[in-house]
Design a protein around this ligand. Structure first.
Ligand code: ADP
Ligand code: MG
Length: 271
């Protein structure tokens, strides 16, 4: 299995494409679309999660799915820890609370990275993390964490489920998950829906979780990730070593011109 070669690289990725040298300021309030909520505040606490949605992460299953950040004896955990430390500092310094993870194409490792990073962040005692599976066409976070999700974000966004129907406790301290389920059909434009904008605005205003990670679809599939990315305080782009081409990465970064891209992660690096 490959390793994360370089986390949150701030200057250049290996193929010479420039990304932001330092984390830029959050987009100003005019540029950043934020809905105003007049609904009751979100109350996302583990104690409120229905018992049927509380799971106990099986270590062997997690390892099989390459979810290793909770493991004590895996040297690869260090890469996620390093990434977590850099991220927490950048996010706290800038008062950011939401982070989106995307890539040019599918299979680069967005969901493995989002999930490991969410676990790594949640192991910081002061950080409570919400991991949101926004890859509506191919949600996999629930599989990677062994969650049995009958309903998911698609149902919530279509108005057929409440938040408490799709929130899960994966049995990892400090981590909650808003799960997806396979829709079985091509979903589009739901990531630009007012309901999701409202949810993001509500997540910004609530105190129970300090960091929200959005696992997005790939950028070159359809408009979904492009439309959603500007709503996150910061965006990380996963590059699959030896697979993502320079052309794909340049294109992906261009598509994110309205988003606050703070870096790239090189995944599946082979030494
Ligand atoms: N660092 C890694 N090393 C080896 N395999 C990985 C790594 N990251 C992801 N994978 C594997 O690559 C495949 C795609 O990963 P996934 O995170 O589901 O991609 P995406 O969400 O970008 O489509 C999965 O089989 C996953 O286990
Ligand atoms: Mg995925």
């Amino acid at each position: 299995m490959g390793r994360i070669e370089e986390a949150l690289r701030k200057a250049k990725v290996s193929r010479g494409v420039e990304v932001n040298e330092t984390a830029p300021q959050a987009l100003n309030d005019h540029a950043k679309p934020r809905a105003v909520s007049d609904t009751t505040p979100l109350d996302l606490r583990k104690s409120k999660i229905p018992s049927g949605h509380v799971f106990h992460a099986d270590k062997a299953m997690l390892r099989e799915q390459r979810i290793i950040a909770a493991s004590e004896h895996d040297e690869r955990v260090g890469s996620y820890r390093q990434l977590r430390t850099l991220l927490l500092k950048t996010m706290r310094d800038n008062d950011w609370s939401t982070l989106a993870i995307t890539s040019a194409h599918k299979g680069a490792g967005k969901s493995v990275t989002s999930t490991n990073l969410a676990i790594s962040l949640s192991r910081d005692v002061n950080t409570t993390v919400l991991l949101v599976d926004l890859d509506l066409n191919t949600p996999t976070v629930h599989e990677k964490l062994g969650l049995k999700a009958e309903q998911g974000l698609v149902d919530f966004l279509e108005g057929n489920a409440e938040l408490e129907d799709i929130v899960f406790d994966p049995g990892i301290d400090g981590l909650m998950v808003l799960a997806g389920r396979s829709a079985g059909k091509e979903m589009s434009e739901l990531l630009a829906s007012p309901k999701l904008q409202q949810l993001v605005a509500d997540l910004h205003r609530q105190d129970a979780t300090s960091v929200t990670i959005f696992d997005l679809p790939p950028l070159l599939r359809n408009d979904d990730a492009i439309l959603f990315a500007p709503y996150a305080d910061a965006v990380l782009v996963v590059v699959e070593d030896g697979v993502t081409t320079e052309k794909q990465l340049r294109h992906a970064l261009q598509l994110l011109d309205k988003a606050n891209v703070i870096g790239t992660i090189i995944n599946k690096a082979r030494y």
